[in-house]
Each structure stands twice: as C-alpha cells, then as structure tokens.
Design a protein around this ligand. Structure first.
Ligand SMILES: Nc1ncnc2c1ncn2[C@@H]1O[C@H](COP(=O)(O)OP(=O)(O)OP(=O)(O)O)[C@@H](O)[C@H]1O
Ligand SMILES: [Mg+2]
Length: 365
C-alpha cells in the first residue's frame, strides 16, 4: 500500500516541457485519476513514476524512498501501457502469469490468481490465444489482468480501458475500482474519459501543458472548480462575460452584454471588476425561478436519450445551453420558440476575467 510523492518533477523533450515542476502526493490506498487534453503530459507523469523515463529535475519517492534511479522492476508497480499492452510472443495465460512467475511464485500459487483475474475480465476461454489473435479490447483487458496478477501494490494505468466499447468500459471501471480497494492497492489512472475519472476516483487531477492546474474530489471538482480551464474541461459550462455593478453582502450583480443582469453569490468581487460567470447546462431551469430570468429564443433542440439540450440565444445575443431531463413537456419544444431561462445564483461560478482573454484561457493547448 504505497504512498507516492513527486516534488517539482520536470521532464523535457527538446523544447517541449512534458512535465513542468509537478508536485503531487498520492496517498496510501488512494485511487487517483489524471485527465487533461492530449499532449498535456499524462503519460509522461506515469512513465516518470514507473521509471521508464528519468526526470530532468525533481524527486520521486515511493513510500518515502527516493526512486529516481531505481529500475522499473524494483519499484513494485503494475503498469498498463497506453499502447503496446502485451508481450506478443506469449499467449494470454503466459502474459497474465508473467508477473508472479518473475517474482518466483510457484505454479500452485499463481494458477488460482490468474484464473480469478481471467474470469473477472471474461477472457479465460482465450487463455491459449496470442495477442495478435485478440481484439484490441480483449488485449487491454488482458493487460489489466496482468497488472493485477503481478500483485504490485501500486497500479499505474494509462488509458487501461481506452479501446473498449462504452458499456464494457462502464462495467469494467467499477470492477477495477473494487479490485483496487479490496486488494488495498494505490492506483494512478490516466483517462480521456471524464465520466470515468469522476465516477471511480477518490481524487481527480487536471493537467494542462505539463502542469497540474487543479486537483480535488470528483464532486467538488465538478460543482466548485477553482479555475476557468477546469470548468470548461470537466463537463460542460456556459460562460458569460460581464462587469460587477453591485456588490452588497452575500450577493453580487453582474451586468452582461446589452445591460442584461444576473445575480451570483459574492466571493470577494468589487464593483467594476470584469468577470466571467460560468454555469452548467443542467443547472439552467426553464421557467421556474424568479431570480435571474433570462429571455431568449431557442436556436435548436437536441434529444439524446434521457436528456434534452436546448440552445438558446438570449435577447442580448449571448448563447446559453440548458440541459433538461426528458419530460413530456420538453418533447414539444422547438427551435424558434421563445423561452425564459433561469439559473440559481448559488450555481453561478464567478471568475476574474483572464488577462490573456477567455478563449486563450479555455484553449486545450
Ligand atoms: N519520447 C518523446 N520524445 C519527444 N517528445 C515526447 C516524447 N514523449 C512525449 N513527448 C511529448 O511530450 C508531451 C507530453 O506527452 P504525453 O505522452 O505525456 O502526453 P499525454 O497527456 O499522455 O497525451 P495523450 O492524451 O495523447 O496520450 C507531448 O508534447 C509529446 O509530444
Ligand atoms: Mg498518453
């Protein structure tokens, strides 16, 4: 049950700073996910911890021991790689029992462990197959099984479920979490899938351009993100720019384009501050509240299973997306209809207007 600690870890590739002074602690037994745009340094972070690469600067500790120069096989980790998952010259069984064999476990000890893992991921009947004979999804599942049978206490998972279809993925991620918790492992899980990260992790780390921009428990990260990039990257949000025109006690009034005003909870803003207000589409009500009534015209309506997305052009020209649960009434909403939206003030996040402009701040690069 190891604790992992990184202090100011930097890794450069020429002029690219793939990890830029990353400082991070993963607690014993914690399940941590890392999300961020492609190329932000997620795999580099995992490779630094695994020992596949050595950082240019900074320290890496596993259980208090500095491991910067320790070879990968001595770090006590199970690793699922982003791309090449399996040993191509070994069949499924030999791949999955590789870890225990290398650690000198007897076949009697290894067998039940391997069977348990293969049954869990439902590939036991493919034990004799070679990786080239398996679908991408089965290869990935086998790679997860192999990492688990190694009985390493620290699991590093780089997009372990990336090649699987949505349903299998959703089942397997919970299995994975359960296993990690049952076996009291520590896990660092890189994923492109925010829902995956939010649903299985104790803590989610958001990276951008080599740095950690924010980390928090999933619900807090989603409902109270601390910066604009995270608000945009995790889930979906509406962003409306304006100026604080009233700031009294617990609430502020923000004037948007064309004099439209919305109320939000105060958090230290002053009159005259240029701000960006942000709110999630699912917190936008259709004609319910008296506060923050925003009139507009429906641009389009998108039905997707249990939810409906309504895009509205407000009278001031701003576009707002509202997400509603599908109800009988919502089925009759049409583009061109007039509509009144409202957002509860406590659901509005207020950020200082970024120096480099909003678009720059939200950009994925
Ligand atoms: N071996 C390498 N040589 C040169 N540049 C590299 C190397 N490995 C990574 N990089 C660069 O470092 C940056 C971070 O790469 P990394 O693989 O960590 O990103 P990532 O967040 O895992 O992206 P993805 O989500 O696409 O897997 C990228 O700009 C990448 O091009
Ligand atoms: Mg990667």
């Amino acid at each position: 049950m190891p604790e992992v600690k990184l202090v100011n870890v930097t890794k450069r590739y020429g002029t690219i700073v793939a990890n830029d002074k990353v400082t991070l602690t993963i607690k014993d037994g914690e399940y941590v996910s890392v999300i961020g745009p492609s190329g932000c340094g997620k795999s580099t972070l995992i490779k630094n911890i695994a020992g596949i690469i050595t950082p240019d600067e900074g320290e890496i500790y596993i259980d208090g021991r500095r491991v910067n120069e320790l070879p990968i096989e001595d770090r006590g980790i199970g690793y699922v790689f982003q791309n090449i998952a399996l040993f191509p010259h070994l069949n499924v069984w030999d791949n999955v029992t590789y870890g225990p064999r290398v650690r000198g476990l007897s076949p009697e000890e290894t067998k039940p462990l391997a069977i348990e893992m293969l049954e869990m991921i439902k590939v036991r009947e493919r034990s004799d197959a070679y990786p080239s004979e398996l679908s991408g999804g089965t290869q990935q599942k086998t790679a997860v099984a192999r990492a688990l049978t190694s009985r390493a206490e620290l699991l590093l998972l780089d997009e372990p479920l990336g090649a699987l279809d949505v349903k299998v993925r959703a089942t397997l991620r919970h299995e994975l979490k359960r296993l990690v918790k049952d076996l009291k492992l520590t896990a660092l899980h890189v994923t492109h899938d925010q829902e995956e990260a939010l649903s299985i992790s104790d803590r989610v780390i958001v990276m951008k351009a080599g740095r950690i921009v924010e980390e928090d428990a999933p619900t807090t990260l989603y409902t109270h993100p601390q910066n604009l990039f995270t608000t945009n990257f995790v889930g979906e949000a509406n962003f409306l720019t304006g100026e604080v025109v009233k700031a009294s006690g617990k609430s502020i009034l923000v004037e948007l384009e064309e004099g439209l005003q919305i109320r939000a909870e105060a958090s230290g803003q002053r009159i005259g501050d240029r701000v960006v207000t942000a709110f999630r589409p699912e917190f936008v009500d259709v004609e319910r509240s008296r506060v923050n009534r925003l009139k507009g015209t429906i641009v389009d309506v998108l039905y997707s299973g249990s939810t409906v997305r309504i895009r509205v052009k407000l009278d001031n020209g701003d576009i707002v997306v509202a997400k509603q649960r599908l109800r009988v009434e919502t089925l009759t909403i049409r583009g061109g209809d007039e509509i009144t939206l409202s957002v509860p003030p406590q659901r509005i996040l207020v950020f200082p207007y970024p120096k480099g402009g909003l678009e720059n701040e939200l950009a994925l690069e």
